[in-house]
Design a protein around this ligand. Structure first.
Ligand code: CA
Length: 217
């Protein structure tokens, strides 16, 4: 699992990072809220552990921004504060759980497993930035406005959204025997998404990925 750890206490960050890597997870550790926000915008994380008291941008704000972008990755807030109000505030913002320092690493692992179990795998609704896709009704919305998609457009977008900012190889996006149809779908989707600041970036010779325009966050 690819995990973002946001913790400005170097000793604690090192301890958590080593523990998670020992479990076979991939960890990106940063100690600054702005840096965390920037990495989350790039996407690709499957879990985030976020300290509340951070330089740059507070942990609550990091979570709030991610949820505003409709990023649904599981988040556990880590904090020295154990006041009930803070805990409720963090959960209201969209954090999945809350861990007060000091804690045992085994407890952190147990909480993470519990959050993942609650998530119950892929949810019917997924999103990236201003775009949301509801798999049950095959409904797409951009900035809350309905977006009409053909079947193939839906499939291409769904694969890109599920990749959450990582590049999807063209072979995976291409329906069998469709030749250069993929370029056609992408070029039809692009102008419609760009109005909301969402870009389909071409990774030459490899595939495509979703990206948020820089001037919009
Ligand atoms: Ca801190």
């Amino acid at each position: 699992m690819r995990i973002l750890l946001v913790e400005d206490d170097p000793e604690l960050a090192r301890g958590i990072t080593e523990f998670l890597r020992g479990q076979g997870d991939e960890v990106a550790a940063v100690g600054d809220g702005m840096e965390a926000d920037r990495l989350l915008q790039q996407g690709g994380f499957e879990f985030a552990l976020v300290d509340v008291g951070l330089p740059g941008l507070g942990g609550y704000e990091v979570v709030r921004r991610a949820r505003n972008r409709r990023q649904r990755l599981p988040v556990i807030l880590i904090t020295a504060r154990d006041a009930l109000d803070d805990r409720i505030y963090g959960l209201d913002l969209g954090a999945d759980d809350y861990l007060a320092k000091p804690f045992q690493l085994a407890e952190l692992a147990a909480r993470m497993r519990a959050v993942l179990r609650r998530g119950g795998g892929e949810s019917a609704q997924i999103g990236f930035g201003p775009l949301t896709l509801d798999g049950e009704g095959r409904l797409a919305a951009l900035d809350g406005q309905p977006l009409a998609l053909t079947g193939r457009e839906w499939e291409v977008l769904e694969a890109l959204v599920r990749a959450d900012g990582r590049t999807v190889p063209r072979e995976r996006l291409q329906a069998e025997g469709s030749g250069n149809a993929l370029e056609v779908y992408v070029s039809r989707l692009r102008p419609r998404l760009e109005t909301a600041g969402l870009l389909i970036r071409t990774v030459r010779g490899f595939g495509y990925r979703l990206e948020l325009a820089r001037d919009r966050s």
